[in-house]
Design a protein around this ligand. Structure first.
Ligand code: NDP
Length: 319
């Protein structure tokens, strides 16, 4: 583990530091990929000082597979050098208790996650999404209970609105279990959190780890000459080819020049851009190869932006 390779940033007003670039296991860690290729990405992450691995009960395919893979990849001697997360809420099994944010489902799904991970506890457990049909009081009381029973050290929410995040933070504070972190989507192609959520997180002292900062690969040079057969858009499960539009490609081309003038690729510029805001603790990237991960972590070599550069990016986004 090279702890000099990248900065570790404070997660909100907590005691926890997270690497500027974290690795997510949504793709590439399920069945259908060889353990060797998964090990190569995981070991590269460790080399690059990535101490934070983002997982969820559903990540695979099949559901649960990414947790089982992580169990095989993590040497137990490194358990205290990494932050391991999982999430619950999305449908996992049949029937009324197989999904949602009821206490009944959440405790069961976390216990199944811990069994697959081969761990006594995770470092962060997230509500993967809000569940308007379950009282927020029940949702947060379950998070508090998970901490008190030693199943997780910290708790977070993902995909919650600014208003519900503020409410959850207040309720959790009353219970004595602070809301550590929020996990929203954020990239140059999706700037919604700038209009409300980031302000709430700052006010509440909650950290922010942003997912899909490369818009699943759109904000890279991957699609400039068509859709490669081994790309996520070709797989067409979560990123469909119709999202590779002429407008997106024109935006990426216009960013390329600016990136080159900074000595960066479009991917590196996009990650550095997301990290320019101190309220963003970490960017959560995916990678289908060790080379992609290495290139992405190199974004931290140039995190500063001039006002002119930021204005040029905003102009390009509006064109
Ligand atoms: P990214 O936006 O970083 O997309 C990753 C994909 O982009 C890679 O799989 C690869 O695609 C391509 N890519 C990455 N680096 C490069 C590069 N340097 N050059 C060219 N292409 C590159 O993030 P993800 O969408 O994968 O999300 C990251 C993590 O966020 C997930 O693993 C998960 O942990 C979390 N997440 C959470 C969600 C939530 O609801 N809480 C929802 C979605 C994600 P290819 O396979 O084509 O090579």
């Amino acid at each position: 583990m090279d702890y000099e390779r990248q900065p570790y940033r404070r997660c909100g007003r907590s005691g926890l530091l997270l690497p500027a670039v974290s690795l997510g296991l949504w793709h590439n860690f399920g069945g259908g990929k060889s353990l060797d290729s998964q090990r190569a990405i995981f070991n590269k992450a460790l080399d690059l000082g990535i101490t934070h691995f983002d997982i969820a009960d559903r990540y695979g395919p099949p559901f649960g597979a990414a947790e089982a893979t992580f169990n095989r990849l993590l040497p137990r001697s490194l358990r205290d050098e990494v932050v391991v997360t999982t999430k619950g809420s999305n449908p996992m099994w049949d029937g009324p208790y197989g999904k949602g944010n009821s206490r009944k489902h959440l405790l069961a799904t976390l216990d199944r996650s811990l069994a697959r991970l081969g761990l006594d506890f995770v470092d962060i457990f997230y509500l993967h999404r809000d569940d308007e049909e379950t009282p927020l009081e029940e949702q947060v009381a379950t998070l508090d209970y998970m901490v008190r029973t030693g199943r997780t050290l910290y708790v977070g929410v993902s995909n919650f609105s600014p208003e519900r995040t503020a409410q959850a933070a207040r309720l959790l504070r009353e219970l004595g279990t602070p809301l550590l972190i929020h996990q929203p989507s954020y990239s140059l192609l999706n700037r919604k959190i700038e209009h409300g959520l980031l302000g709430v997180l700052e006010q509440e002292g909650v950290g922010c780890v942003v997912y899909s900062p490369l818009a699943q690969g759109l904000l890279t040079d991957r699609y400039l000459d068509g859709i490669p057969a081994d790309s996520r858009a070709a797989e067409a499960r979560f990123l469909t080819p119709d999202r590779v539009t002429p407008e997106v490609l024109a935006f990426v081309r216009s960013l390329s020049e600016l990136a080159a003038s900074r000595g960066q690729t479009v991917a590196q510029l996009s990650l550095a851009w997301a990290l320019r805001d101190p309220r963003v603790t970490s960017v959560l990237v995916g990678a289908s190869s060790p080379e992609q991960l290495e290139a992405n972590v190199a974004a931290v070599d140039r995190l500063d932006f001039t006002d002119d550069e930021l204005a040029a990016i905003d102009r390009a986004a509006k064109e």
